[in-house]
Design a binder for this molecule. Sequence first.
Ligand code: GLU
Length: 479
Amino acid sequence: MAQAPRVRFAPSPTGYLHIGGARTALFNYLYARRFGGNFMLRMEDTDQERSTPESVQAILDGLKWLGLEWDEGPGKEGKYGPYFQTQRLDTYRTHSERLIAEGKAFRCYCTREDLEARRAAAEKEKRAYKYEGTCRELKAPPAGRRVEDAVIRFKMPREEGTVSFNDKVLGVITKPYSDLDDWVMLRADGIPLYNFGCVIDDHLMDITLVSRGQEHVNSTFPQLMLYQALGWAPPEFAHLPLILGPDREKLSKRKHPEADVMLHKRNGIMPEALLNFVIRLGWGHGNDEVISREQMLEWFDFADVGSTSGVWNPEKLLWLNQQWFKLLPPATVAERLVPFLEAKGISARGDARLEPLVLALRERARTLEEMATTATIYFRSGVTLDEKAAAKHLTGDSLKLLAQVREQLAALPAWSTDAVDAVVKAVSEQAAVGMGKVAQPLRVAVTGNTTSPGIGETLMLVGRDEALRRIDSALTRTA
Ligand code: GLU
C-alpha cells in the first residue's frame, strides 16, 4: 500500500450508537490500525431537528466503551477540523459557489410547495419523480424570488453516459446518467445535503477509502459525479453488507432493541464479546469464532468482507460473552462485575472473594448480569430457601446428616475449600451414603437451591460464620 490509509466514521448524531454504526467504525478502525493509517470521526450533524449534543455524547461513549478510539475528531482536534459539519458551512458555500461559477451547479428557485405538487403529480401517474431542470439555465431570480431563497443543485450532464466504481466488496457497479437528477447540494440556509457535505469533507480531509453501510451505495453515484465536476480523484469505496435482526428483517432501531450498542453493556455483555460478535457480521477468518482484538488487527481487510447479509444470532452473542469470561483475567471480569452488584445494592469493591467468585461462576453465567444475580447469595446475610429444594433435601435423614456436618464444620481449625470437602466426605463415609446425600442438603441450606459451584468452594465463598448461620437457620426452620 503506497499511502497510509485515512478512513473515517461519519455518523449522523440523531440517536444512540447502533450496531451497524459500530461495525462501520470497527472495520475502519481496524483497517487504519493494521495499515498504519488514521481513523477519523466526523459528525454529520446537519439534520438540525434530530441532531443533539446527547446523541453526539452517546456515540462517543459507545465508541469509547468498545475501545474504538479515533485519532482525530471531536475532542481530538487536528489539522483537518472542525469535525462537525455544522461548523464547516463556509467551506460548503465556497465550493458550491465555485461550481455555480463553472456552470456545474445552479440556483433553483422552485418553491417547496411547487416541488411537492410536481412530486405528487408524478406519484399519481405512477412515475418516479425527477427534477425537470426548471431553473438550470436561469441567470437571475425569477420575479418575486431572491437569491437568498435559492437552493443549489448539481447540474447533471445531459448527454448520455454512465458512472461506475469498483467497490472493494461489491465489485464494479454502474449507473446511467439518466438515473440521476439535478440533486440538491445546499439548502437556502447554507446547510449541505448529505452527498455534498460528505464529498467536500472526504476530499478536504484526505480520506483514501470510504467504508459505510450498503444503504449508501446509491449515494455513491451522485457523489462520484461531484468528484468529477470538482476535478478531484475519488477515494476507494467498500460498502458493507446489511445486518439482519433475528427475524431476518433489516436491523433497525425502530424494530430491534438489540440495535443499541449500549443496551448490551447494560445487559452485561462485555465489549470484547460484542466486538467479536460484530466483526463476524460480514467478515470472517476461516472458521474462527472467538477472535481477539490482536487477531482482528492482524487479519482484517476489506478484501475479506462478504456481500451476504449478517444475521443476528442472540445465542451466539451470549456464547461469545461466556468465552470471553474465560479468556479475560478474572480480575478484569471482577472489576466489571462490581457495578452490576452495586445495582443490586451490594458494594463488593475490594472484596477478596470477587476473583474466586468469577472463577467459580464463569462456567455457568453468560452475562455479567446473570453472574451478579447468582453472586448475590454470597454477599447477603441469610438466604431464601427454594421451597421445592427444601422439601426434597431438608427433611428426615438429610437433616440429621446436616446436623453432623454442621458440627464438624464448626470444629474446623481453618476454613478452606479442601477442609469443607473433607468434612463432607468424612460425614458421608461415616453414614455410608454417597457424598451427594450430604452435599445437597448442605448446598440447599447455604445457597437456598440445588445448583452452585463445588460444595467446598461454595462454602468458602459464603464464608465460615455466614455459612454456619445459614445451616443453623435451615436446621431450626425444619426441626
Ligand atoms: N452520516 C451518514 C450516516 O450516518 C454517513 C454515511 C457515510 O459514511 O458516508 O449514514
